[in-house]
Design a protein around this ligand. Structure first.
Ligand SMILES: Cc1cc2nc3c(=O)[nH]c(=O)nc-3n(C[C@H](O)[C@H](O)[C@H](O)COP(=O)(O)OP(=O)(O)OC[C@H]3O[C@@H](n4cnc5c(N)ncnc54)[C@H](O)[C@@H]3O)c2cc1C
Length: 402
C-alpha cells in the first residue's frame, strides 16, 4: 500500500470514529459539528485546538466525502462567509483569545457571520469605500453604510472593512475589524430581491464601537488582510460536480419530462440543450483543472475564466430551463418579501426552476462582476494595457466618488 493510501485510510478511520460516536441521524446538527471541530476534522489544515490537525488542505476532501456519504450535516451553506474567509482571517490575524472565542461557534453555526465590505458607492471599486472608523481610547467609533450584506439579519458578527486614514491613498487607509452586530449603533434592514427572498441587507452603522482588540491585522493593512483572506475562500470551494449534475441535469430531466419532443420549437430546444450540456462539461473540466493547479500552488488563468464562464453559463441554463417548461415557466408563487433563513432550509421551495431563473443574474455580480472578470483576464492573462486609474497616487479624501 502506498503512503498516500495509508494516509487516506487513516483519515477515513478518523471520520468513522466521529460517525460512530455521533450518529448523524440522531445527533443534533450543532452537537455533531461541535464534535467534528473538537476532533480536528473541521478545517484539517488548521492547527490542533482550532478545528484542525495541521494536515494538508487536500486532506479535507477525504473527510468531507466520508461524512457526506454517511449523511452528516454541514454548515458550509449556512455560515458560508465565516466558513471560507472568516475562519481563515481569524486564524491568520486573530489573537489566541479571538481564535478560542470565535472559531468553534462559527463551525457549529451557533454564530452566523456576515461580510461588511460593499457600500452604495463602493462595490467593484471596493477600495474606495467610505465607512469611517476613528480611534477613541482603546476603541474605534464606526460610522457609515454597507449594502448587499448577505445574512446580515442573522449575523452575530460582521467582518468589517473601514477607512481609518482618509489622507492615505485609497488602498492604504483601510483597516479590518470584527463588528458586534448586536449593539445599538447597528441597524439591519433586509432588501427584497427579484425572487421575493430577502437574503441580503442594508446595514446602517451609527457610532458603533469596536474594541481595538477586535482589530484583525495592523491599522492600515485592511486591504492586505481582505485580499489574503479572499484567497483563502478557496478552502471553501465545493468539490467539482459530477458530470451532468446540477442545473444542466435539471435541463436533461425537463427535456425527458416534455411531451412535445418533435415539433420544430422542441427540436430547437434540444439543440440548445446539447450545446449547453457541452459547455457545462467544459466548464466542469476547467474547474477540475483549476482545483488541481491551485493544489500545486499555481492558480492560473482558469480561476478568473472559470468564474466568468460559470456565471454566464448559469444564466443561459436557467433561461433554457424555463423555456423547456413552456407556458408553465411563467408561473411563480409570490414576490412578497420572504425573510431568508440563510440556507437552513431548502430555499428553492415552490417553482424551483422559475426561482433559479429569477435569481440567476446574481452569479454574475456576487464575488466580482463578469465585467470585472473580463478586465482581470484582459490585463493579467492576455497582458492588455491596464484600465486608466485617475485616482492613482491621490489621497482618498481627494478622489472623486459617487
Ligand atoms: C448575491 C449577492 C451577494 C452579495 N453578498 C455580499 C456580502 O455579503 N457582502 C458584501 O460586502 N458584498 C456582497 N455583495 C456585493 C458584491 O460584491 C457587489 O455587488 C459587486 O462587487 C459589484 O458591486 P456593485 O453592486 O456596487 O456594482 P458596481 O461596482 O457599481 O458596478 C455597476 C456596473 O458597472 C460595471 N463596472 C464597474 N466597474 C467596472 C469597470 N472597471 N470596468 C467595467 N465595468 C465595470 C459592473 O460590472 C456593473 O455592471 C453581494 C452581491 C450579490 C449579487
Amino acid at each position: 500500500m502506498t503512503d498516500q493510501q495509508n494516509a487516506t485510510n487513516d483519515l477515513e478511520e478518523l471520520a468513522d470514529e466521529l460517525l460512530a460516536s455521533h450518529p448523524p441521524a440522531t445527533t443534533p446538527m450543532e452537537v455533531f459539528l461541535g464534535a467534528q471541530f473538537d476532533a480536528g476534522l473541521a478545517w484539517v489544515h488548521f492547527p490542533p485546538g482550532c478545528g484542525g490537525l495541521s494536515l494538508p488542505t487536500t486532506a479535507q476532501a477525504t473527510i468531507d466525502a466520508r461524512l457526506r456519504a454517511a449523511g452528516a450535516p454541514s454548515g458550509r451553506m449556512i455560515n458560508t462567509t465565516a466558513y471560507g474567509q472568516g475562519a481563515a482571517t481569524i486564524l491568520h490575524y486573530g489573537s489566541a483569545e479571538q481564535r478560542r472565542r470565535y472559531l468553534r461557534p462559527i463551525f457549529t453555526c451557533e454564530e452566523i457571520w456576515c461580510q461588511l465590505f460593499s457600500e452604495p458607492g463602493a462595490g467593484s471599486d471596493l477600495a474606495s469605500l467610505a465607512t469611517r472608523a476613528e480611534p477613541d481610547g482603546d476603541e474605534w467609533v464606526v460610522n457609515g453604510q454597507k449594502v448587499w450584506t448577505t445574512r446580515g439579519h442573522l449575523a452575530r458578527f460582521g467582518l468589517l472593512l473601514a477607512r481609518t486614514d482618509p489622507e492615505q491613498v485609497k488602498h492604504a487607509g483601510l483597516t479590518y475589524f470584527v463588528l458586534d452586530m448586536h449593539q445599538p449603533g447597528v441597524e439591519v434592514k433586509p432588501l427584497r430581491q427579484m425572487t421575493g427572498d430577502a437574503g441580503f441587507n442594508e446595514v446602517f452603522i451609527n457610532d458603533a464601537r469596536i474594541a481595538d482588540s477586535e482589530r484583525l491585522g495592523e491599522v492600515g493593512e485592511g486591504w492586505k488582510v481582505s485580499t489574503t483572506t479572499l484567497a483563502n475562500e478557496r478552502y471553501n470551494f465545493m468539490a467539482p460536480p459530477s458530470r451532468g449534475s446540477g442545473a444542466i441535469g435539471t435541463s436533461v430531466q425537463l427535456w425527458i419530462d416534455r411531451t412535445d419532443k418533435a415539433s420544430p420549437a422542441a427540436l430547437a430546444l434540444r439543440d440548445r440543450l446539447l450545446r449547453l450540456w457541452i459547455e457545462a462539461e467544459t466548464s466542469r473540466l476547467t474547474s477540475i483543472r483549476a482545483t488541481e493547479a491551485r493544489k500545486k500552488g499555481n492558480a492560473g488563468p482558469e480561476s478568473s475564466i472559470g468564474k466568468l464562464g460559470a456565471a454566464e453559463l448559469g444564466k443561459k441554463i436557467a433561461t433554457l430551463n424555463v423555456d423547456l417548461l413552456g407556458a408553465e415557466g411563467m408561473r411563480y408563487s409570490s414576490y412578497e418579501m420572504r425573510i431568508s433563513d440563510g440556507g437552513r432550509t431548502q430555499e428553492l421551495g415552490e417553482y424551483p426552476v422559475q426561482r433559479a431563473f429569477v435569481s440567476s443574474p446574481s452569479g454574475s455580480i456576487a464575488g466580482g462582476t463578469s465585467d470585472i472578470q473580463r478586465n482581470i483576464i484582459g490585463e493579467r492573462v492576455l497582458g492588455l494595457p491596464r484600465e486608466p486609474a485617475p485616482d492613482k497616487g491621490l489621497p482618498w479624501s481627494q478622489t472623486l466618488r459617487n
